[in-house]
Design a protein around this ligand. Structure first.
Ligand SMILES: Cc1ncc(COP(=O)(O)O)c(C=O)c1O
Length: 321
């Protein structure tokens, strides 16, 4: 018996995505961008003055926060910059779900969520997605029935890639009694920020890990009504949650939208080629690039594998088989 809390001792931790060194491995398991970040990131790194590291970084990550707000057409008070999307999730659960209360998600969803909910002493209600991987019509009703304070929908959904349209998200937000967190880690051009004007219970999660090729840097953000963002910004987050280098390089990457878009175009093109080629070889195609395997071993690791462990959904079982 160790010194940790009894529930921590009894819980399984998050299974990190395997990070192999072998250059022959086609690494798709944690959905990093295969293309490098903007050249502006390299320049910002070279320009970065190490002497400034003796001081704390801007506490609210200005000017990156303002840049995000400007791009999304919201006020800076509606944005909180975080140490990756994972911290954003942890902050959302910490801020909105009382210990012992319920956190809702789809099943499968992002496999870190049940771990975070467990660490924070929350119950989790995971509602299976439908056979076509959509959010079920009774999602909000079922979560309201168990008093869920926060519900997370990954959109586009991981691992299937299914996109829930803005109208459905708006209807969900209108029906849910608690906060709706839309995890847009894999956002691809659609924009739900217009919903924020009408729904004070919607929080959008974005990350620079995937679309901006910065998984190694750890920058994400939450966007929502100022009333939702304020307690995260002023109470639950660490005072200096995003380090100075991450702020500087994150701002450089985020400012170069053209470069990011170019990598998205290349990824889409390569995905089409991969699917076509697989279809040609096996006459059955993978539903999503998120479902991946190592080339020479049959191990599935990272998000996909740990989602397998929590999911009982038949479609997901088939995908993992
Ligand atoms: C669905 C989903 N949400 C959020 C994240 C968090 O990303 P990060 O912490 O790298 O910003 C991931 C990362 O794999 C993810 O798959």
């Amino acid at each position: 018996m160790g010194y940790e809390r009894t529930d921590i001792e009894g819980m399984a931790g998050y299974v990190y995505g395997e990070q192999p060194d072998d250059p022959t491995v086609v690494k798709l398991n944690t959905n990093e961008n295969p293309y490098p970040p903007s050249p502006a990131v390299r320049q910002a790194l070279h320009r970065f003055d190490a002497d400034t590291l003796r001081r704390y970084p801007p506490a609210t990550a200005e000017p990156l926060r303002r840049l995000v707000a400007e791009r999304l057409g919201v006020s800076p008070e509606q944005v909180v910059v975080t140490n990756g999307g994972d911290e954003a999730l942890r902050l959302a659960i910490t801020t909105f779900v009382d210990p012992g209360a319920t956190f809702g998600s789809t099943d499968p969803g992002y496999s870190l969520c049940p771990v975070l909910a467990g660490v924070l002493g929350c119950a989790i209600e995971a509602i299976p997605v439908t056979a076509d991987w959509s959010v079920p019509g009774d999602f909000a009703r079922r979560l309201n029935a168990c008093g869920a304070k926060l519900a997370c929908v990954v959109n586009p959904h991981a691992p299937s890639g299914t996109l829930v349209d803005a109208g459905t998200i708006a209807a969900l937000a209108g029906e849910l009694d608690g906060v709706l967190l839309v995890d847009e880690a894999y956002v691809r051009g659609h924009d739900l920020t217009a919903l924020l004007a009408d729904h004070d219970n919607v929080l959008l999660l974005r990350t620079l890990s995937k679309g901006y090729s910065l998984a190694g840097l750890r920058v994400g953000f939450l966007v929502g009504d100022a009333g939702l963002v304020d307690p995260v910004l002023t109470k639950t987050r660490d005072s200096y949650n995003v380090d100075a280098i991450a702020q500087a390089l994150g701002a450089a990457a985020y400012a170069d939208l053209d470069h990011a878009r170019e990598t998205w175009r290349a990824v889409r093109q390569e995905r089409r080629r991969l699917v076509d080629e697989r279809r040609r070889r096996t006459s059955s195609s993978p539903k999503s690039s998120a479902i991946t395997r190592r080339r020479r071993s049959s191990t599935v690791s990272g998000n996909a594998a740990s989602s397998c462990a929590i999911s009982t959904h038949p479609a997901w079982r088939r995908a993992c088989a």
